[in-house]
Design a protein around this ligand. Structure first.
Ligand SMILES: [Zn+2]
Length: 259
């Protein structure tokens, strides 16, 4: 929330300065309108960029302890959004074959009818995170309490099926705003973003997608994938092998403990 508060204070001073300029220095009102527009554009960009940590602190890379750094550990986290889905079992088969653990950010409304898949995710040792119940853009027009109810509904469904109590939340589309930040804080959950966005939902070419993910991959990256995409199922074995060839290990995004 800190950056947002600074932004509010700075924004008010900035606009007050421009308004004073209209009266004392002959500034045009257009300049004031331009200033307000600039602040609104900045705010929209902040909502769209989870990695700015503007409204709430998100974990966008795996946090590493000094000991881990000294021991030369190079963990990478695979995360799969938008399931449970009919393609999820194929993802689970591949992960089991390579003995890799991953994190699944599931959508609440996807759970009814797919309970067996969610149960399997939990039973095979993967971590389940919350990706909201409704996964709709209109979530961001709702009050903090309405967003909290949506997230809590997804938590309840996850718990009923898997007995896992989700502590991690990934906002739909990676969008954050003050109401969402408040809801997540009240639920005592941690926001997890990513450092590598694959855009697998739009990808058509397997080799290109693989290259895009592997380009510039670094240790403690959190990779965003979608288990509902057939292309992700298709490239997953090659992706796992390419990451292992770099000497990296697969890990879960660690839950940061709150002080
Ligand atoms: Zn999603």
């Amino acid at each position: 929330m800190l950056k947002f508060k600074y932004f509010l204070v700075f924004g008010l001073i900035f606009i007050a300065h421009l308004v004073a300029g209209v009266f004392y220095s002959g500034y045009s009102w257009w300049l004031v309108a331009g200033g307000i527009l600039l602040l609104l554009i900045l705010l929209a960009l902040a909502c769209a960029n989870i990695r700015w940590n503007f409204f709430i602190k998100a974990t966008n890379r795996i946090p590493l302890s000094v000991q881990q750094l000294q021991s030369g550990a190079m963990p990478v986290a695979l995360t799969f959004d938008d399931g449970p889905h009919e393609h999820t079992p194929a993802i689970l088969d591949i992960l089991a074959k390579y003995n890799v653990k991953a994190t699944f950010f599931v959508i609440g409304k996807q759970i009814p009818g797919n309970e067996a898949i969610l149960k399997r995710i939990a039973e095979e040792g993967h971590l389940i995170g919350n990706h909201s119940y409704s996964h709709t853009g209109s979530l961001y027009a709702r009050s903090a309490s309405a967003i909290r109810a949506d997230i809590a509904q997804c938590n309840r469904l996850i718990y009923d099926v898997s007995q896992q109590e989700p502590k991690l939340f990934r906002p739909p589309f990676g969008v954050t705003n003050p109401a969402l930040a408040k809801a997540v804080t009240q639920l005592d959950m941690s926001v997890v973003g990513w450092s590598v966005r694959s855009y697998d939902t739009m990808a058509k070419d397997e080799a290109k997608l693989l290259r895009k993910i592997m380009k510039g991959i670094r240790f403690n990256d959190i990779i965003l994938l979608h288990d509902r995409c057939p292309i992700t199922v298709a490239i997953l074995p090659r992706l796992i092998e390419a990451i292992q060839e770099k000497g990296m290990q697969f890990a879960l995004p660690e839950v940061p403990t709150r002080a």
